[in-house]
Design a binder for this molecule. Structure first.
Ligand code: GMT
Length: 365
């Protein structure tokens, strides 16, 4: 069996989830070595072909900033040597691609040539990567990767706009493992509206609350907010000041989203930009229509007026109107729910896995 290294964030964010699910799904034919500073949240390490290697970052009073990239680079070098890895797949360019290409150079000194596949996920390009403080290093890492993939056409276009890229970028969309072969039956007297994110400003969680405020005036409903992050507190404050405390549940970070999505009637994701929108896909795989924004690659996932609505960023009035109309019109709801489910089927892991495997095979036969 060939050995693949996977470098990813271990947190609840989409890139770490994609990395964990992809590595796990491919562990029937590869030994997969995850390299991260913590065990990735959705990773089951009881599988005999899955290994987890922790990155230990040294601290010292002189260091105001612990040297994470150095520690990661060193861990990659050591794991490649010890476990004879054949390929490294890094998810999220910052700093993973940069560390990997440096590790690649270091390994050349021992005559080890290791191919690097870099998967771009979104904010590593659109928010952080293009920042002039890191852009040239990220540009270098992308250009020195053996193969680059992006999770949407829109992210590919953004990468080509913001960087000076000298190689092809292959688009491989994110995927979902279906938990049920039919849409769950929902008969909620109290309609359930759900939002899942890392509560960063890009997610516009306050818009979720404003939209829900309008919905609950017309419809007996409840809002479930899943996740945690910088805007958590202001979100709670807004809920309190709008008098919504009894109608909004802040669940925090959880792995148990399937049970909630089974009961959810409508999913809200009013992001500033969303390169793919993995959480929207998870909701759609339960037949939940999505109200989102027409910004980034999510417009290819949520087809406006079919599987949900893509509204202008910040247009709370429009999002509220569409949400209320959709919940009140039973026929429209049934059709959209079915369309959401059907659209999600295109992203079934069975269709996407071979695309990644094909990339691996280019280098390891
Ligand atoms: O913004 C997040 O949710 C986190 C971030 C990540 O890397 O974990 O998400 C990005 O990657 C996801 C997986 O490919 C995509 O589904 C998200 O759309 C993307 N986020 C943004 O573009 C804002």
């Amino acid at each position: 069996m060939k050995n693949i290294g996977v470098v990813c964030y271990p947190t609840f964010g989409g890139s770490g989830i994609v990395a964990s699910e992809l590595g796990s799904a491919l562990s029937y034919k590869y030994k997969v070595h995850f390299i991260a500073y913590k065990k990735p949240v959705r990773l089951n390490t009881l599988n005999k072909n899955i290994f987890y290697h922790k990155v230990y970052v040294p601290t010292y009073p002189l260091f105001e900033y612990p040297p994470y990239e150095l520690a990661l680079t060193t861990t990659i070098v050591e794991v490649v040597k010890k476990y004879k890895l054949d390929l490294i797949h890094v998810h999220y360019a910052i700093p993973h691609a940069y560390a990997a290409v440096n590790a690649q150079q270091i390994l050349l000194e021992s005559d080890i040539k290791i191919p690097i596949i870099t998967t771009l996920h979104g904010t590593d390009i659109t928010l952080v990567g293009k920042n002039p403080y890191v852009a040239s290093a990220i540009n270098y890492a992308i250009n020195h990767s053996s193969l680059v993939t992006a999770v949407s056409e829109s992210l590919k276009a953004d990468t080509l706009t913001y960087f000076n890229i000298n190689q092809d970028i292959q688009v491989i969309p994110n995927f979902i493992e279906f938990k049920s072969d039919k849409i769950p039956i929902r008969n909620n007297q109290e309609k359930i509206i759900t939002h899942i994110s890392n509560f960063r400003p890009v997610k516009r969680v306050l818009d979720v609350i404003h939209v829900f405020y309008n919905i609950q005036k017309k419809i007996n409903s409840r809002l479930i907010m899943i996740g945690d992050g910088p805007d958590f507190q202001i979100a709670q404050e807004l809920v309190y000041s709008k008098g919504l405390s009894e109608l909004v549940d802040f669940v925090g970070k959880t792995n148990k989203i399937d049970g909630i999505l089974t009961k959810t009637d409508l999913f809200l994701l009013p992001s500033e930009t969303e390169s793919f929108g993995l959480v929207a896909l998870e909701a759609m795989s339960f037949g939940v229509p999505v109200i989102t924004t027409c910004s980034g690659g999510i417009v290819d996932l949520v087809i406006n007026q079919k599987s949900g609505y893509t509204c202008q960023v910040g247009d709370i009035k429009d999002m509220s109107k569409k949400a209320i109309n959709l919940i009140q019109d039973l026929n429209l709801y049934k059709n959209m729910s079915q369309e959401a489910y059907n659209s999600a089927k295109k992203y079934d892991i069975k269709n996407i896995l071979p695309l990644y495997d094909c990339c691996y095979k280019k280098f390891i036969g």
